[in-house]
Design a protein around this ligand. Structure first.
Ligand SMILES: *[C@@H]1O[C@H](CO)[C@@H](O)[C@H](O)[C@H]1NC(C)=O
Ligand SMILES: *[C@@H]1O[C@H](CO)[C@@H](O)[C@H](O)[C@H]1NC(C)=O
Length: 229
């Protein structure tokens, strides 16, 4: 009889452990994976130019960020350039006409592929470097390296075809950039707010400018989007 309290304690401890274990397993259940898919994502906008060293830097930092919190974000690139009726093609890009081409190459990849393809494509262009961005050969090489089917995806037609599609994408992107009041590449918006600008040096980065800092902001904004989750 005197052992009964001990047995009860042992039983309670065992049950507590069981409950603990099942609670820890919840994040792996299929139900919870679906929930994560439904969770609203944090919008990120990078205001960039395809041949801008500041954009290369931002995009290499965001490559680290995406590796850590990629599924939590919607990523958008928007391009800094100017409509100009006296320029060839009606658009002026700061680093010359080849930058306008590079912008169009990236926009074509974004339009015709998913982020798991177009983001590596952009990284590849940056790695090829300033001199090579904007050439069709470079775009083809990077498409191949990123698993983009040049002909089947529509990217090839967008880049090498009538020019009208690519030009329209860039004109729309310029309007989007202006609607956000973006004038500098690289401008970083997270959750609808300008968080940081890289313009030769870091400017207005109240919460920091490292991958760690951006991951922290994204995680916080992600929780805010759906506090009941
Ligand atoms: C418009 O394009 C012309 C011709 O390329 C160029 O000389 C001029 O500087 C451009 N204007 C602006 C505001 O970029
Ligand atoms: C852009 O700037 C204009 C003028 O400074 C301002 O009225 C407008 O609210 C700004 N828009 C955004 C999206 O910040």
């Amino acid at each position: 009889m005197s052992h009964l309290p001990l047995i009860l304690i042992a039983l309670t401890l065992t049950l507590t452990n069981l409950i603990d274990v099942s609670a820890r397993q919840i994040p792996q259940s299929p139900l919870s994976v679906n929930k994560e898919d439904d969770h609203p994502k944090v919008p990120i906008v990078l205001g960039v130019m395809s041949k801008c060293p500041d954009a290369f830097l931002c995009e290499s930092i965001f490559d680290q960020v995406l590796k850590r919190v990629g599924p939590k974000v919607d990523l958008e690139l928007t391009f800094v350039a100017k409509l100009n009726s006296s320029a060839e093609g009606g658009i002026t890009c700061l680093h010359g006409p080849s930058e306008c081409s590079g912008n169009i190459h990236e926009l074509c990849a974004v339009k015709h592929t998913s982020r798991d393809k177009w983001w590596p494509f952009v990284q590849c262009l940056n790695y090829e470097g300033y001199q090579k961005i904007g050439s069709v050969d470079t775009a083809k090489r990077c498409a191949k390296a990123s698993g983009i089917d040049w002909d089947e995806s529509g990217v090839g037609e967008c880049i090498e075809g009538s020019e009208e599609e690519g030009r329209e994408l860039l004109v729309k992107s310029i309007a989007r950039t202006q609607s956000l009041n973006i004038t500098k590449s690289c401008s970083i918006f997270i959750g609808g707010e300008l968080r940081c600008v890289r313009d030769g040096k870091w400017v207005d980065c109240e919460e920091g400018h490292t991958a760690n800092d951006f991951v922290r902001i994204i995680n916080r904004e992600y929780e805010k989007l759906d506090p009941l989750y």
